[in-house]
Ligand binder design. Structure first.
Ligand code: ZN
Ligand code: FE
Length: 251
């Protein structure tokens, strides 16, 4: 199995670096410069790029990296991605540094959004965040709720490698939804300590997200009540999700 580390970029993006010896893949290189610097410093050869969705902060570095390394570019078939060589729709299995990864279609933030799953880890772009989820730029609440449900069905110990350091901000909202949730209060303290030490708050585990992320807790009585207070049309998971997501947008 490859090793995972991160390359910080822009204000709060994480570009995940997968390495097996000197062979490398990156996930969502929005900017080529920090990736090139790391590849050169560690004497790595970039063999492939995994793209979750078309936003510039996730694919902006592809052209330059591909020109330098002739890397394969795995990306959503339905989205406009510079230099895509392996268009994907979800459901495929791909080889990443000798490891089989499963491609999941997780529409919502964008319509072609993909996540990449290997045993014990998920690279999910802007779908699921630490204690939060992506904005619905293109998809419907029903699509995003279904995407989050398919992620929630993975094993609890799965590490959630999302693309942004948004956890502290998301936790403030999560506490507004569930002020009495002890797992949430513990996570607030843990994340504050990590960030104060200059460390990332991610990856989390799926178990942690299920215990603290309001968008994975739309069947919990307290979250349902918060959804109803925020104009949910009924008690269904999708309606509660839609109401909580709309509240988050104005929080
Ligand atoms: Zn995005
Ligand atoms: Fe993003």
């Amino acid at each position: 199995m490859f090793e995972v580390s991160f390359i910080p970029s822009f204000k709060d993006n994480y570009i995940w670096l997968l390495t097996q010896g000197q062979r490398a893949f990156v996930v969502d290189p929005g900017d080529a410069a920090p990736v090139l610097a790391r590849l050169e410093a560690d004497d790595l050869k970039l063999e492939g790029i995994l793209i979750t969705h078309h936003h510039a902060d996730h694919q902006g570095g592809v052209a330059e990296l591909k020109a330098r390394y002739q890397a394969e570019v795995f990306a959503p078939a339905e989205e406009s991605i510079t230099g895509c060589t392996r268009p994907l729709c979800g459901g495929e299995c791909i080889d990443v540094l000798g490891q089989t990864m499963r491609v999941l279609a997780v529409p919502g933030h964008t319509l072609g959004h993909l996540a990449y799953h290997a045993p014990g880890m998920l690279f999910c772009g802007d779908t699921l965040f630490g204690a939060g989820c992506g904005r619905l730029f293109e998809g419907t609440p029903a699509q995003m709720a279904a995407s989050l449900e398919s992620i929630a069905a993975l094993p609890n110990e799965t590490l959630i490698y999302c693309a942004h350091e948004y956890t502290e901000m998301n936790l403030r909202f999560a506490l507004a939804v569930e002020p009495e949730n002890p797992a949430l209060q513990q996570r607030v303290a843990k994340v504050a300590a990590l960030r104060a030490a200059g460390l990332p708050s991610v990856p989390s585990t799926l178990a942690e997200e299920k215990a603290t992320n309001p968008f994975l807790r739309c069947a919990e009585p307290v979250v349902i009540a918060a959804g109803i207070q925020n104009a949910a049309v009924d008690h269904s998971k999708t309606a509660i999700f839609a109401a909580i997501r709309a509240w988050r947008n104005v929080f």
